[in-house]
Design a protein around this ligand. Structure first.
Ligand code: ATP
Ligand code: MG
Length: 391
């Protein structure tokens, strides 16, 4: 029955020039999200609203599922379009609509008519009253409640007439692209995909970097990260995933530095390299999946050490989350099942039995000097041999 969707979005803070940027970004993201859906859609702005019109056959459930992934949408209203064939026909159609959408015919309701076209022969108030009366007559258990109706039935008179009453909740947030771009350090774990999702929800476009360590980490481990990026891209749009071969750097650190500091020093090089690519590609920040105290490299002392090598802000949206909360979010966004596939992770290969939990940043810096001879060259090579995968 439905042939279109009215897209609702929060309007706070999007007045003036911002508003048009916000709407255009949202239209763009909706078009992207619907690309893989069955059917053809026309996504358009009309008088301060966004509509998705299905052109011919389409899969309703799939379309709704995709729209629910688009940040910036607060609600999705399935709309029935009818031709204007006179008021009596409209009455019949509205009555039939109520019967179809509310088969128990037992709801409090209010009709909210709006004339976008002023040449319509009835005024809004009159339309409200007449349609209300027709509904009451057809369904004796329905009742009018103008203050807190269970069903708010909107009838908009435009070229065609739009009838809608249901709102399916959207994900909220801001359309991706309105908030700049950031570089996500994406591992194969549970946390980083969720961290990327959360920052993207605020309108930030994502690029990603993955450090792999062949042959210690397998192709399958890399494929898992590509798969995770793909799942996240259903919310964010295309992601440029930079894959860095980290093996030589890792082995060199292993050779030259105390093993209990290995993870911290490795993480510092990840941050440095990520920042380098970020700056080159116009990213305005880095994103990690860190959470205070989760592992030795994420104590507050460790975070001092990993943080100080960057000048860009590092966004850590999971910083105050418990693992269980992160797992729940990962389940909700659909990354959990992939994240728990048991492939090696470059951080776990060389990890020390007793990593430092309170690294002293001065000592870390001093030990990093052991790397002076070759590290610059190794970083340069890693950057030069970087692989780019667009997902
Ligand atoms: P995750 O579940 O995201 O892997 P984690 O609990 O395993 O996190 P760490 O391994 O300490 O935590 O990594 C902390 C953060 O560093 C990760 O959330 C991620 O942002 C980044 N990171 C770790 N390993 C890699 C990697 N191989 N490639 C890219 N980023 C990484
Ligand atoms: Mg990890």
């Amino acid at each position: 029955m439905f042939t279109a969707f009215l897209i609702k979005y929060a309007e706070i803070g999007i007045k003036g020039r911002n508003r048009y940027l916000f709407e255009d970004a949202l239209v763009h993201q909706i078009r992207f999200a619907l690309k893989k859906c069955e059917g053809k859609f026309l996504v358009h702005k009309n008088q301060g609203r966004i509509y998705v019109d299905a052109e011919g056959e389409f899969d309703y459930e799939e379309t709704v599922e995709r729209l629910k992934n688009v940040f910036g949408i607060s609600g999705i209203c399935p709309v029935l379009y009818v031709e204007d064939e006179g008021f009596d026909k409209l009455c019949d159609r509205v009555v039939r609509y109520v019967g179809e959408v509310y088969p128990d015919e037992d709801k409090s309701f209010k009709v909210h008519a709006r004339r976008a076209r002023k040449d319509y022969p009835k005024e809004s108030m009159e339309i409200n009253a007449d349609l209300g009366e027709a509904i009451l007559k057809a369904y004796p258990k329905m009742r009018v409640d103008v203050h807190e109706p269970e069903v708010l039935l909107s009838v908009e008179i435009r070229e065609k007439i739009y009838i809608y009453s249901e709102t399916i909740p959207g994900p909220g947030g801001m359309p991706v692209g309105t908030g700049g771009k950031a570089m996500l350090l994406l591992s194969g774990g549970i946390d980083s995909p969720v961290a990327g999702y959360m920052i993207a929800k605020r309108g930030v476009k994502l690029d990603a970097v993955y450090f792999h360590a062949p042959p210690y980490t397998s192709e399958r481990a890399k494929q898992k990260v590509v798969d995770l990026a793909r799942i996240v891209s259903a919310y964010t749009g295309p992601i440029w995933l930079h894959v860095i071969d980290f093996t030589a750097i890792q082995l060199y650190i292993y050779e030259k530095c105390p093993h209990e500091e290995l993870t911290i020093i490795m993480r510092r090089y990840m941050m440095r390299i990520a920042e380098h690519i970020a700056k080159e590609t116009g990213c305005l920040g880095l994103i990690t999946g860190e959470s205070i105290g989760q592992v030795a490299s994420q104590t507050m002392s460790s975070l001092i050490s990993t943080n100080e090598v960057c000048t860009l802000p590092v966004y850590r949206p999971l910083i105050g989350f418990d693992k269980q909360e992160i797992v729940e979010l990962a389940g909700k966004i659909g990354t959990f099942e992939t994240s728990i596939l048991p492939y090696e992770d470059c951080c776990t290969i060389f990890v020390a039995k007793h990593p430092v939990t309170k690294p002293n940043v001065n000592i870390i810096r001093r030990h990093e000097r052991n790397l002076e001879e070759k590290i610059e060259e190794l970083v340069k090579t890693a950057l030069e041999t970087k692989e780019l995968i667009v997902v």
